[in-house]
Design a protein around this ligand. Structure first.
Ligand code: EPU
Length: 282
């Protein structure tokens, strides 16, 4: 099967948080090898996990007891008139670089978001106002029978930081995205983000979803948790909905910090924060 198999891959190096033990990994370089690898895992009952850019996930210090299927080698995109066809592993920043080079600014609302196209589509990444699902036309996934199936936008059931794709854990192969729409200023968006968010620190972006009553960052800040730390894991001084890895943080430290934040916010505001990131058991 075309791709790269590793027996002791570092999960810390596969994630922006930089945390996690080791695991077997396979990075298919062709959609067909992704499909075959998934079928093999299913046939043999091996646990597996699809990993895109690793920017919204927290692994355990003990690693992952199965196969990590990384889409990092499933790259490539082409522009066809007012649409882009993008493979799952293409990093979102590189999609935007490409589009901006040819003068297409309509997806710039995604500026500053790390991660892969596949991961972004699965979790409907974006801002509070707009998610990539608003631009998606169709998505090819691997269905429960191991076949590649194309879902149109409605079938993806996009919601705030969610979709049917992530709920049913459907591996994304590629997506077709509309390039129509209003332009966004990439430089302005990135500089605004840089001013409010700790973009140069290791993190997984926002840890919790905003609630209908309060933004999570506001609630965590008002609960007095900015700067609170456990070991090398710290609630960012810049934006309270980010936990930053100061260097060598343990997964266990970040989990404890998450629990404490939840408890304190519940005590202060009677709201239960829901995770935006995926926390994977070891
Ligand atoms: N706030 C505080 N203290 C803080 C952080 C925020 O009081 O430490 C307040 C802000 O002043 C503002 C409100 O909380 O009144 C909301 O904050 P902000 O404008 O920074 O936006 P956000 O809701 O925290 C959302 C997304 C971000 C996205 C930004 C910019 C969520 C959970 N977060 O943040 O997404 O970058 O809007 O569009 O939806 C991510 O998904 O990983 C992420 C970072």
């Amino acid at each position: 099967m075309p791709g790269e198999l590793r027996s002791r891959d570092s999960l810390a190096s596969l994630t922006t948080m930089g945390v996690g033990g080791e695991a077997y990994s396979f990075s298919p370089s062709k959609p067909e090898s992704l499909r075959k690898a998934i079928s093999k895992c299913r046939e043999n009952g091996w646990p597996y996990l699809l990993l895109g850019g690793g920017s919204n996930i927290l692994f355990a210090d003990s690693g992952f007891p199965g196969l990590i299927l990384s889409t990092k080698k499933l790259r490539g995109m082409r522009i066809e008139e007012k649409e882009a066809f993008v493979f799952a592993g293409e990093p979102l920043p590189s999609v935007l670089n490409h589009l901006n080079r040819v003068g297409i600014p309509s997806l710039n609302y995604l500026s500053g978001i790390p991660g892969s196209l596949g991961g972004a589509v699965a979790m409907n990444a974006g801002t509070a106002m707009k998610g990539i699902g608003d631009s998606v036309l169709e998505v090819a996934i691997i269905d429960k029978n191991g076949e590649t199936t194309v879902l149109d936008r409605n079938a993806c059931e996009f919601g705030y930081r969610t979709s049917r794709i992530i709920r049913e854990r459907l591996p994304v192969v590629w997506a077709r995205v509309s390039l129509d729409g209003e332009p966004y200023d990439r430089v302005k968006i990135v500089s605004e983000r840089r001013a409010r968010q700790p973009l140069s620190a290791r993190s997984a972006g926002c840890i919790f979803k905003n609630t209908t009553s309060l933004p999570a960052g506001f609630a965590i800040d008002k609960a007095g948790l900015k700067g609170y730390s456990i070991g090398m894991a710290k609630v960012s001084d810049k934006h309270a909905n980010f936990i930053v890895n100061l260097g060598g943080a343990k997964g266990a430290e970040i989990r404890r910090l998450i629990d404490i934040v939840r408890q304190k916010v519940y005590k202060s505001f009677r709201i239960s924060l829901e995770l935006e990131i995926e926390v994977i058991e070891g």
